[in-house]
Design a protein around this ligand. Structure first.
Ligand code: TYM
Length: 326
């Protein structure tokens, strides 16, 4: 039996370089060898303020991004989370065995509470339990996600262990599949690239001019500092991006320029802009082709959901039996 892989992305806007290098590259690396399910997790999307009028379109855009990035429906199943209601069903059963106090302590919950103080809903607290259900529903063993998701993976393993202990061996303990881009830094100076921080990201559909503009706004220093490269902040982040894009020769050159206090950030940013655009161009061309064929995309989604529903049913039967519900 091939190992099962599961990952998902929320429909909160176009994918950015962080999503791509941190998660999608991992999905691409695994789809040839493993039994993979990749989802647009719309039920997770609605835990923060969102627009119901545009949600369906946003979900569709992520599916197009997946296909354009090279996720191949012949090799993996593409799923829309809310189309497989067993995610919610399993999450409720798992919630009955997990302590509230542990959920209240999670950094992601605290961050969201701080970000949306008027929108602290039950779904937000419940988020990691639903995420555990996403993966455990398919008995997923490997989860390609960025490093920010590690606390959620820990919850997943705790829930799996607890369930197995109470009701008998049922679930594997999922592990994160680590990618080189597991932490893509923000363009805005500190922290990680994030959809919710304006000025921090480059989306996969940006053209060269937009990429240049976004990089131009990224903070640096006066270029007169010299010595060792800083470990954090705007300059460190630009160097990290050079590394992630495998621009090793350029990295060394700019590092030397930095030491010699003659670095020109406009030059570094132009090198980065061109390399990013080059990486994104094939994606953008492929995306257009899928966008122009809505019937093909509908069929891919229907087939993915159909297969996932069958797999989900099997797990739910087993879970309900073990819990004494049937
Ligand atoms: P989401 O939608 O916030 O992000 C999607 C994926 O992109 C990764 N990511 C990054 N990786 C590296 N550097 C960054 N700057 C960066 N920003 C985002 C995230 O780590 C993630 O892999 N909780 C998940 C969605 C989810 C899920 C699941 C994932 C729900 N159920 C089950 C895996 C399995 C989330 O919010 O991702």
């Amino acid at each position: 039996m091939k190992k099962r892989v599961y990952s998902g992305i929320r429909a909160t806007g176009r994918l950015h370089l962080g999503n791509y290098l941190g998660a999608v590259k991992g999905m691409l690396a695994l789809q040839d060898e493993y039994d993979c399910i990749f989802s647009v997790v719309d039920s997770h999307t609605i835990t923060v303020p969102y627009d119901p009028k545009t949600l369906k379109q946003s979900v569709r855009e992520i599916i197009l991004d997946y296909l354009a990035a090279g996720l191949d429906p012949k090799k993996c199943h593409l799923e829309i989370q809310s189309m497989v209601p067993q995610h919610i069903e399993l999450s409720y059963y798992l919630a009955t065995i997990y302590p509230v106090s542990r959920l209240e302590d999670l950094p992601t919950y605290k961050d969201k509470k701080a970000q949306y103080p008027k929108y602290v809903n039950m779904g937000l607290l419940y988020y990691p339990v639903l995420m555990a259900a996403d993966v455990l529903l398919y008995k997923g063993e490997l989860v390609p996600v960025g490093i920010d998701q590690e606390p959620h993976l820990e919850v997943m393993r705790e829930i799996a262990r607890k369930f197995n202990g109470m009701f008998g061996q049922t679930f594997p303990e999922p592990q994160r599949f680590k990618t080189e881009g597991e932490y893509v830094p923000s363009l805005a100076g500190g922290g990680k690239m994030s959809k919710s921080v304006e000025g921090s990201y480059i989306t996969l559909t940006d053209d060269l001019e937009t990429i240049r503009k976004r990089l131009a706004a990224a903070p640096t220093d006066s270029g007169q500092i010299g010595g060792e490269l800083p470990k954090e902040g705007g300059v460190a982040n630009l160097f990290k991006l050079l590394k992630l894009l495998k621009l090793d020769v350029e990295y060394k050159k700019f590092e030397q320029d930095y030491r010699d206090k003659k670095i020109r950030y406009t030059e570094l940013k132009e090198v980065l802009a061109k390399a990013i655009y080059e990486e994104l161009q094939p994606f953008q061309e492929k995306r257009k082709i899928f966008k122009e064929d809505p019937k093909l995309v509908d069929d891919i989604i229907d087939e993915g959901n159909r297969k996932c529903l069958q797999m989900a049913d099997r797990t739910m039967g087993e879970v309900k039996k073990k819990m004494g519900l049937i």
